[in-house]
Design a protein. Structure first.
Length: 149
């Protein structure tokens, strides 16, 4: 497989730089991408207990719900670069808590929400054993769209 590379110009108040986004195309018959992980959380709390306590945000630590460091963290390998997209399915009794993050230089929040809608629609279609997937707008698969802008 060939690696895809996108270079984005990055500006701050006094620094101009460049960031590269690298990814390998996913082989649908190959191994699952490592960016999506599964984790069994502490069984001491159930969905009903979370719901009854109005889903307090401090129930779980950030590190429990997602597996990758954030760009601002000191332990990230800046030569390797941050992950473009990561997700984790966290399981507790009666519930699956999905967390996802996207590198902000790759997408704005509208595109991220559209991605999550597409992902959830595809998951729903798989559960229904349906071939009917969400239609994507024309040009969605154009890998050269950044070059055209």
């Amino acid at each position: 497989m060939s690696e895809c590379i996108r270079r984005l110009e990055r500006y701050s108040d006094d620094v101009q730089g460049q960031i590269e986004i690298r990814h390998e195309p996913v082989d649908i018959k190959g191994p699952r991408p490592y960016q999506f992980k599964f984790k069994q959380l502490d069984d001491s709390i159930s969905y009903e207990e979370l719901k009854d306590s109005e889903f307090p945000i401090d129930t779980f630590k950030d590190e429990e719900l997602t597996w990758t460091p954030f760009v601002g963290d000191l332990d990230i390998d800046l030569e390797k670069g941050p992950e473009v997209f990561v997700a984790q399915a966290n399981f507790i009794p009666e519930c699956c808590i999905i967390t996802a993050a996207i590198f902000h230089n790759v997408s704005d929040e509208t595109a991220f929400i559209d991605f999550l809608k597409l992902w959830s629609d595809n998951c729903s279609a798989l559960q229904r054993k349906s071939e009917q997937l969400m239609e994507l707008p024309a040009g969605s698969f154009d890998r050269n769209i950044l070059d055209k802008l």
